[in-house]
Ligand binder design. Structure first.
Ligand code: FDA
Length: 310
């Protein structure tokens, strides 16, 4: 792991930084590059604009570990409202949730029941409920909740992280269930005994897992593959693979984050691929923003520049 990535990920966990940094004007200004605004209305307006380019969306309210269980109910009510707004807008959009925001640290059954409530509503609206993957300590509980909800509502999906050594086994057990997996590289600071420390190993693991997600076995099981990455080399490799294997372009999806590789998102839509852009909103954006900076140290330069520009 590079020193810069390590420092930025450590900052994302630092309480003092979490409190102070969002108040600094230049940090606020820089974060705008990655999120259209703090309100759900800002996210919906951005989704409308992306729709005109043939890009579908995923909405997520930023926030992680809550401090009391009742907050999980508030977050669930918020997402129910967002689903209603999505329905009213006619957008091809869905929501992605973090289980720690729905109460996982306090009461796993309560988190499960919150996910059930959201999956039932998403199902009724004909959209999908996505579950993000968080740090390594949450993987077992997240997959357990995913499996249980999937057995009741087929429209739920979960993110898997290619950097974890355990993911090939997890993916192999999930594919026969159908459902949906969003494959990502992994955004957290994990030790070398659980996750590949070298970027090239993560990239290789990603491609191997992605090909399994596109296999005939996966398609027969009704499994939905989503590739959450901006990595041009990986995207090119997968495009060549699906062409060679005659996998229809709209039978899987690419997903990227708002503000990153905008031209590539439009180009994929133009070329007939299904592409979804994940739009974040909310006021608790500091740790999430630090993870975005850690993904590309050049972004730090961007923040530094915005300190000096008006
Ligand atoms: P990589 O980091 O190698 O980047 C490839 C290229 O993309 C870079 O060279 C750069 O050009 C561009 N790029 C990438 N990140 C950038 C940034 N922040 N700013 C500017 N350019 C950037 N993680 C997780 O642990 N759990 C989850 O649930 C999710 N969910 C999720 C959903 C979606 C839709 C996406 C796209 C990503 C996630 N992630 C995630 C984050 C993921 O794990 C990973 O950290 C980022 O996607 C960056 O990895 P890439 O695959 O883009 O490759």
């Amino acid at each position: 792991m590079s020193v810069m990535r390590s420092v930025l990920l450590a900052a994302s966990d630092n309480r003092w930084m979490r409190r102070q940094a969002p108040r600094m004007g230049f940090v606020k200004k820089a974060v705008k590059r990655f999120m259209p605004g703090e309100r759900v209305e800002d996210a919906l307006a951005a989704a409308e604009a992306l729709k005109t380019q043939g890009i579908a969306t995923i909405l997520t309210q930023l926030g992680e570990n809550i401090t009391e269980l009742s907050e999980g109910d508030r977050v669930t009510a918020h997402y129910l409202d967002v689903l209603t707004r999505i329905e009213a807008s006619g957008l091809d959009s869905c929501v992605s949730v973090k289980l720690t925001q729905l109460g996982l640290d306090f009461d796993k059954d309560k988190a499960l029941s919150n996910v059930r409530t959201l999956a039932a509503r998403a199902n009724a609206l004909g959209t999908r409920l996505w579950i993000d993957m968080e740090q390594r300590g949450y993987v077992d509980a997240t997959l357990d909740i995913y499996r249980r909800v999937l057995s009741e509502h087929p429209n739920v999906g979960v993110a898997l992280q290619a950097y974890l050594y355990r993911t090939p086994k997890d993916l192999a057990s999930l594919i026969p269930l159908g459902g949906a997996v969003r494959l990502v590289k992994g955004a957290y600071r994990e030790p070398a005994d659980v996750a590949h420390p070298k970027k090239s190993d993560v990239d290789n693991a990603y491609v191997t897992l992605a090909k399994q997600m596109l296999s005939a076995e996966a398609r027969t099981a009704g499994f939905v593959a989503v590739f959450g990455t901006h990595d041009q080399t990986i995207i090119r490799t997968l495009r060549e693979h699906v062409d060679a294997a005659k996998v229809p372009r709209r039978s899987f999806e690419f997903a990227m984050l708002f503000g990153i590789r905008r031209a590539e998102q439009a180009a994929l839509a133009e070329a007939g691929y299904a592409i979804r852009c994940l739009i974040s909103y909310g006021d608790y954006w500091f740790p999430w923003y630090m993870r975005r900076l850690a993904e590309r140290p050049a972004n730090v330069l961007f923040v530094a520049k915005s300190m000096f520009s008006s």
